[in-house]
Design a protein around this ligand. Sequence first.
Ligand SMILES: [Zn+2]
Length: 1011
Amino acid sequence: MLKVYEELKFDNPDGGAWKQGWRVTYPEGKWNSDNMLYVFVLPHSHTDPGWVKKFTDYYTQQTKPILDNVLNVLSADSRRRFIYAELSFFSLWWESLNAARKETVKRLMKNGQLEVATGGWVMNDEANAHYAAMVDQLIEGNQYLHGTTGFTPRSGWAIDPFGHSPTMAYLLKRSGVTGMLIQRVHYTIKKHFARNKNLEFMWRQLWDKDGTTDILCHTMPFYSYDVPHTCGPDPKICCQFDFARMSPSPYSCPWRVPPQAITDSNVADRAAMLIDQYKKKASLYRSNALFIPLGDDFRYDKADECDKQFNNYQKIFDYLDKNPQLGVKAQFGTLSEYFNKLHELTGSTPDSKPEDYPVLTGDFFTYADKDDHFWSGYYTTRPFQKQMDRHIETSLRSAEIALTLAAVYQKKHRLTGFPEDQMMQLLVEARRNLGLFQHHDGITGTAKDFVVVDYGERLLKAENNCRTVTAEAVSFISMATKSDYKQNRFFDIDETRPTHVSLIKRNVLQVSSEPSAVLLYNSLTHPRQQVVNLHVSDPNVEVTDAHGKVVTSQTDPYWTEPSIMSQERFKLSFVAEVSALGIARYQITKKRKNVHHSLGKVTYYNSEGPSEKSAFTVERKNSMEFTLASSHLEASFSGSTGLLKTVKMKSSGQVHKSEVSFQTYGARSGKERSGAYLFLPDGPAKSLRVSHPVIRVVSGPVVSEVSVFINHVQHVVRLQNSPGTDGRTVDMYNLVDVRKETNYELAVKISTDIHNIDKEFFTDLNGFQMIKHKTFDKLPTQANVYPMPAMAFIEDDKTRFSVLTAQSLGVASLQTGEIQVMLDRTLNQDDMRGLGQGVRDNTLTPNRFKLMFESRSAPPIKDRTSGFPSLQAHMTYLHLVHNIQILPQKSSVSVPPLISQHSFLSGSLPCDVHLLNLRSLQQSYDGPITRSDDSALLLHRLGLDCGISSHGLPCTDTQGKVRLRDLFSDTLGVKEMRRTSLTLLHDKGPTSLDSDLTLNPMEIYSFKVKW
Ligand SMILES: [Zn+2]
């Protein structure tokens, strides 16, 4: 795709009826009774699980009637078809059906009249969503669908996500899907593809050398998925074949020519008009099969509409059947029927490439539907919910793993007491709430304010559920005698969130002269050494590890205002060590004298600082450059602004420029302005003026940090003395508040000395893979902004600079050496994409990043289109988002004897193998949710750049070799593992537990585990 971008001019000439294309013609008589065009007309209804209405309101008011109607109209005539996608709605509907209606649904699926495509919980966003959450909602949807109806999806259907990612193609391919459809592709690219008959292609992963990831992809050619833009190039004609717009109707044709009912007297004329459009559309594709979607948002919600569409089309189909000389055989057909025909006509199979079909690699970001309307705003819109989403995602994974381990342990040791079914119910609710948010109006931030509130409340519920499950499972596992375990008694995760728009609050551990236990839970499959911090009631403490050894610790003030410290709450930091997939018990005791403990030293610049007395030393200094250091880094900061200037890597002595600044954009004036979807800036970014802000530095043996208080941002840069990955990176945290502004966008920019030639930069797609972009001067600023769910980097022959992010945001590299990350946006107006409002519900929003410089041992390969993070960057990212979870004992309880440390692995997994999930399966889909004894194990082998060496990692790289028998410790006793497709619907047979299994780089492997 990068090559296509380099070639295209991105001009926008008027193409006539097909405004963004050209006047399409085809040779007279091309299609005739000897060379038929096979047309598959597919009724569909796009049902958003939340957008301008709430999920449940859409369900009761529209989606339930739609699905009820579909069941009736399909049952009435076996020639009719329908496609559906969103399992979140389907599940509500299924539960409302009686046994007979359920049987009808199954029959219609079995005989091919009703196709469920993709079968995700939602039609997920492909820009901001992380692959872990995408997989999760796909498994939840596929499992529900199969568990209730026995149906297995074969085709992918994504007509509305705002740009498309190859990660989705990969996930579908590995789920057993053989053909997929996409719609929102930049109009110039659609036109370019249409010219070359490349709208259908084998979509291949950037990193795939032999085509094993190829999946047939159909791109819709025109502006939209509504009927005017799906029958052919002329919307004025096509609209006349949307019989739902036939009066009386709530819909009409903006081209002012209404549809006419098909009668014996007009059928010849009407059919001729329609097949002319079909033939024009068909001339943009390679085969004689043609796909025609027939639907729109929330269509078929009235019985009358269903009759109009199905009956009128059937009359045209019957007429064409009687007149084969017209060269068109048309019928209702599902997407899978269409793909089958395509394979039949091209002499290929669903697993093979039709001859002459092109292979494409790359992505479809950034999408524009017209003019310079690039949809890069939604990469950042509602960043609070985006960061909350990622936090819950990793909490859910932790909870999934903890529940499975606790429940399997309980079963193996014939114990009772751990409420596994109750925990399973909480977890399923969390999965579904988080799954719902992956919808392309959820995580994108493109729903109405009250829908955002609804999503927020569901996310909060999910977060609380995950916390409960993890706390209970970890408590149970930690008991030296498991029968001592009591539900909701001993430990809690040390964070709470009062409302769905609050920042996370840390609980305060009340320390006393008696040791208090704190459990640390590491859900990653390698041992970790990392700085953890918790809030304590006294600054003077002693921390002992699982072996009873006193560890170095530091207490810093907890600030309620820039210059006011709390007298009741203090921030304790120490380097913790937790084994692979393990739990460690630490103890914290109040202690006056402890040589291993220090109090943070506070220094203020540009301010007098606190006036009250405290246990901490406070100094005041004049504006002069200052430095902070950790074991591996030294960072220098401006004394007048407090912002980062350089980073020195101690091992090599190299000093890199890394100037942090804040940038702002306004919204351009005129009729078309920035909104929830669109970023239409009023010009280049302006630097936010920072003049002598309050700068507060706290330093100590464990953590040193500088906090700067500037207009709209509380900005914190932190260095940590840790042997782990956190000792080798600069931690950046911002607390953003743009509530007082209008039409205002804020970004943080890091300017480095990296010479990235041609302004090449790399961003991740869904945290799964990296793709190369170039900043093109021929494109406006908004076109050069890309999604950054996990990381971005720039590099030259010697050095790579990466920004890792704990939340999805937009990113650009507009000038050589720079990475700019969008942080928040507040916009006064609607951007005319149907939402009908601006974005003004901003709230205090945190975001967190890791900045890292790495030396290259070899220059990067030229002309590549993808890239890989180093192993160090992968580990740093995993550590950034998958916190070591902290479970302090509840106050005033006496805790029974605990095991001091525990690992569920017999060793540690290789560094480059990530345990994506260990997920408990649902026993059945009838009646209450219970846990099955089987679980799903998902392993992902990470792809690495070997030209960058890693340092001090607690695990090794075994070239992807894993012995499954060695994976889990004997206490769990794995009986059998079977390889399956990604979402567990296709069984691929048992896998040997005792021989080495080689996992290929980048691939995700699913197994069904019997314990
Ligand atoms: Zn939609």
